[in-house]
Every structure is written in C-alpha cells, then in structure tokens.
Design a protein around this ligand. Structure first.
Ligand code: AMP
Length: 420
C-alpha cells in the first residue's frame, strides 16, 4: 500500500523536539498573559473576503499565497494566512469594542497557512503567537507590545536579534509620500512586475531584497521627511518609551512590511542567525483596518511572532531550553500481580500530582529499565512478587543510582517528599 507523507512545505512536530515548540509558545505568551491580554481563538478559515479586504488584494499573501476554496455549500473561504484580520473580525462581531473598555487587548496562538515556496524557515503551514490591542491610539500601547516581545525573546535566552522600527505615516501624510515615491520609481529601470508593484503599492518596492533593485533605490525619497507633525510626535513618543524601558532598536526607514493595513508604528524582529528568512516576528499599528472590514474607526496595534523561526533562532544561538523531564516516576512491574498493584500506584501518584509512567507491554527488567531511563524520570519504582509479598517496592534514584526499599503504603508520600 502507498504510504503518505506530510504535504510539501509542512512538517510534523514530534517528541522530543515538539516540547520546544510548546515552551516557545508558553514563553511568548507569558508576558502577554501578565499584561492584561485575554486569550482569543478564532476559526482556522474565514470568508475569503475578510483577507482580501483586510490584508489587501495587492499583497502577495492574498494574491498568490492564499489557500482559497469553495465549500460544498458554495461558501468562498480561505485558510487564514495571518491572525490580525480574524481577531479584529471576532472582536467586532462580539462587540468587545462597545463595552467601554478600550483598548481590547487579546492574544492568540495558532496555525497559519500560506502557499509559499518552501525553504528553511518558510513553510506552508506555520505557527504564530500574536497580540492585538484594539481601539486606542496611544504610543504607550505600541511601546508596550514591543517591550513585551523583547521580554519574550529574552526570557527564552535569545540575544542575537534586532528590533527594526519605522513609522509609515497616516492617511494625511502617507499619500503625499506615496506620490513622491511613485514618481521616483517611474524614473528607474525596473522589471515588469516591479513596475506593476510600484503602481499598486510603491512602498513595497522598498522592501525588494534584490541587490540591483536596492542599488537603484539609493536616493529614493524617505518617508521620514514626509511625516506630518502628528505622526512625528507619535513616533518620537514611542521611541522615547521603548528607550526608557532599556529596549534597543534601530531606526529603519526602509521597513514597510508586507501587509497593506499598517499605519504609523511598524516594526520587525530580525534574527541574525537565520539567513534569508531572518524575520522572527513583526507588527505595527493598523488604524484603518477596522473600517476596511466594515467596522467603526478603531485604531489598533499588534504583532505576530513566528514560533517555527523562534525555534530555529534558538538552535542558531545554541540555546538549550531548560525543560524539566515530563515524567518524575517510572514504574517497573515484574509479573502479573506486580503489574496490577503498580498500575494502581501509578494512578494514585498521578492523582497526587506526580507525573508518573508505567512499563507497558510486558517487558522484562532490562527493557523496562531502559524505558525508565529514556523517560527522564527521577525515580524508578521496581517491584516483583517477592517485594510485594512483604509490602515493599524498590525505589531507585535514577540520578545517584541509589536504591532502597520503601513500604508500598508510603510510596506516594515518600516520592512527593523526595521530589520536593
Ligand atoms: P507576517 O505576518 O508575514 O509579518 O509574519 C509574522 C511572522 O510569522 C514572521 O516574522 C515569521 O516569523 C512568521 N512567518 C510568516 N510566514 C511564515 C512562513 N511561511 N513560514 C514560517 N514562518 C512564517
């Protein structure tokens, strides 16, 4: 029979590596949970129009990379390529913004799908932890999110990352800059696709990674020179707040990011050990998005950090996460009666909050002890018929190798005391 493989551009998270992903999600979300962000979960797919309008028809994400499909019932849906549009849609639908408690601060964790050309750090199914602060125009909110992301990465032990920061202006000053940039781009010798991009979304041309394009872009008008006074003041305040928090960043006037909906503050976290897919996370302010998807004006800011690339960054820096063994006690039963007794003890240990596992499959002593070793358990509990006849089990400390007989009736308390 034919065997199946994970689809192109996807991979399975399997033990023991999978525990790293859990730890990364936990570490990224911890500062958010500690800062008033509530957990939100939205469907893996949405009306395709939400992304077309919210993310932008002219973006690669929507025009080339979306898994869009029609259901049997005739609905036009798409697997979510990013989180912000869905979260905002959900907040609007639940009227979270009407309860007088703006900003609405939310965090999420999940899978996202983009039909991209797969390579290391770039997958068709990937995982993000994200945060959105909806409904307030306050530079402290932008600063908070940048500081929390920095804290998350640092708590993981990462240090070779940089924060790139820019302001994209607002609906007053951005169009003026757009015009200026467009007329500059029209004078360049660009390929057909780039010329088209220059007409639809000229800021994105600044993001072009090709050296020959970048060479031509020297001398292009920079957005900073076009920012209106309000945007300038806002940006200065964000910069001051981050600086005061001791978070280092670099001003990057070329940073525009891939999505259409960003205004003002925009930022990216890049890791220098990751080669071409160096962005480990990014975000920014999206003051116009709510209106774009049919809601009221709700100035908002958010970010999404890539879990896959954060794990790669940990590997690149050689950071070993301190993940405690998941099993504390491994029970090895020799013989039928011992199986019954020890299996019951394992259940008792688990109920008492001790992580315990059992030698399944009727293995002999040698094989079962191998399993005990592999489990990483601190203690092995070994018992045969003779021990049990005396009401005893052997408790082996897997670190020191010491072994002692313990009364079966006292096993749970003894183990708890020795683990504490
Ligand atoms: P974006 O929504 O494109 O700004 O992505 C935010 C973060 O998600 C990026 O910085 C990456 O860490 C991660 N990411 C985006 N696309 C992919 C992908 N195809 N594969 C893996 N990670 C991704």
């Amino acid at each position: 029979m034919a065997t199946f493989k994970a689809p192109k551009g996807t991979y399975d998270l399997i033990p023991p590596v999978s525990v790293k992903y859990l730890a990364v999600r936990e570490a990224i979300s911890a500062p958010l949970r500690n800062s008033g962000y509530g957990y939100i979960e939205t469907p893996g797919f949405e009306d395709v129009g939400l992304f077309a309008r919210g993310v932008g028809e002219s973006t690669d994400i929507v025009s080339k990379e979306m898994y869009a499909f029609e259901t049997k019932g005739g609905d036009q849906l798409a697997l979510r390529p990013e989180g912000t549009a869905s979260v905002l849609r959900a907040a609007l639908e639940a009227s979270l913004h009407k309860q007088g408690n703006l900003p609405v601060k939310l965090w999420y964790s999940g899978s996202y799908y983009r039909y991209e050309r797969p390579q290391k750090g770039r997958y068709r199914h990937f995982s993000q932890v994200g945060a959105e602060a909806i409904g307030a125009e306050d530079p402290a909110l932008d600063a908070e999110l940048i500081i929390l992301a920095d804290q998350a990465y640092r708590s993981l032990g990462l240090s070779d990352f940089r924060i790139l920061l820019n302001s994209l202006g607002d609906k007053e000053c951005r169009p003026v800059y757009r015009e200026a940039l467009q007329s500059f781009l029209r004078g360049l010798d660009l390929d057909e696709e780039t010329v088209r991009r220059a007409e639809i979304n000229p800021l994105r041309v600044l993001d072009d990674k090709r050296a020959d394009v970048q060479k031509q872009l020297v001398g292009a008008p920079v957005l900073r020179d076009y920012l209106c006074d309000a945007c300038k003041a806002y940006h200065e305040e964000v910069r001051a707040l981050i600086t005061a928090a001791g978070v280092a960043f670099e001003d990057d006037e070329k940073l525009v990011r891939g999505l259409d909906y960003y205004t003002r503050t925009t930022f990216e976290f890049v890791h220098d050990g990751l080669g071409s897919q160096s962005a480990v996370g990014g975000g920014g302010r999206y003051d116009g998005l709510s209106e774009m998807i049919g809601g009221p004006a709700l100035p908002s800011v958010g970010w999404a950090l890539g879990v896959d690339r954060t794990v790669l960054a940990l590997e690149a820096e050689g950071v070993e996460l301190d993940i405690p063994a998941s099993t504390s006690v491994f029970a090895v039963a020799l013989g039928e009666e011992a199986r019954r007794v020890l299996f019951a003890k394992v259940t008792e240990l688990r109920k008492a909050g001790v992580a315990a596992d059992f030698s399944f499959g009727g293995k002999g002593l040698k094989g079962a002890m191998k399993d005990a070793n592999r489990s990483g358990a601190r203690f092995a509990v070994v018992a045969g018929e003779r021990d049990l006849a005396e009401g005893l089990v052997q408790l082996k400390d897997m670190e020191s190798g010491e072994q002692s007989a313990v009364a079966l009736a006292e096993l749970v308390d003894t183990v708890k005391a020795r683990l504490a």
